[in-house]
Design a protein around this ligand. Structure first.
Ligand SMILES: [Zn+2]
Ligand SMILES: [Zn+2]
Length: 164
């Protein structure tokens, strides 16, 4: 009986080489390293990927990692997201048009499923003749760790903002 726990759905490391070949890419150490890093650190920025790849396989140049990321994004194996005010982030969860919740304060990012599952999942009231292929949806807020602890009497003590 097939299991479909989140852990099982995550690609096993052994899948990386066939995935590269299927995408028409040569299997190289840096490419495998970047895919492994992104599996361990979803939504990592390039710096985080570089650190993780170096920890795993020793020296690799910054430029090499950027080149690998670009090639993987082009091949559709990696998705690039760029929340406003944040460096580009990368993830191996591709093809399901999921969206993101980003913390305004610390930048923590979580996945939320797209109800529709394919692009564009939202239709504007007016397209102006454009052929739409994507609606980029980012939800912003404060993550649980960044939410201020409410004082017990916060509600009654709240100062009135509006002048009357
Ligand atoms: Zn936060
Ligand atoms: Zn994501």
């Amino acid at each position: 009986m097939p299991r479909s726990s989140p852990a099982a759905e995550r690609r096993a490391p052994d899948d990386a080489a066939p995935a590269l070949r299927d995408a028409g890419l040569r299997v190289t150490g840096p490419r495998l390293g970047v895919l492994a890093a992104l599996r361990a650190h979803p939504h990592a920025d390039a710096d985080t990927v570089i650190t993780a790849v170096r920890r795993r396989q020793g020296s690799v140049s910054v430029q090499a990692v950027y080149n690998v990321l670009a090639a993987l994004v082009d091949a559709g194996l990696v998705r690039r997201i760029e929340p406003a005010g944040s460096p580009a982030r990368f993830e191996v969860r591709v093809g399901d048009n999921h969206h993101h919740i980003v913390c305004r304060r610390c930048g923590a990012t979580a996945d939320v499923d797209c109800a529709v599952g394919r692009r564009p999942c939202l239709t504007p009231t007016e397209t102006h003749g454009y052929a739409l292929d994507e609606a980029e949806v980012t939800f912003w807020g404060l993550c649980p760790r960044c939410q201020p602890r409410r004082a017990p009497r916060a509600n009654t003590a709240r100062r009135k903002e509006r002048r009357t």
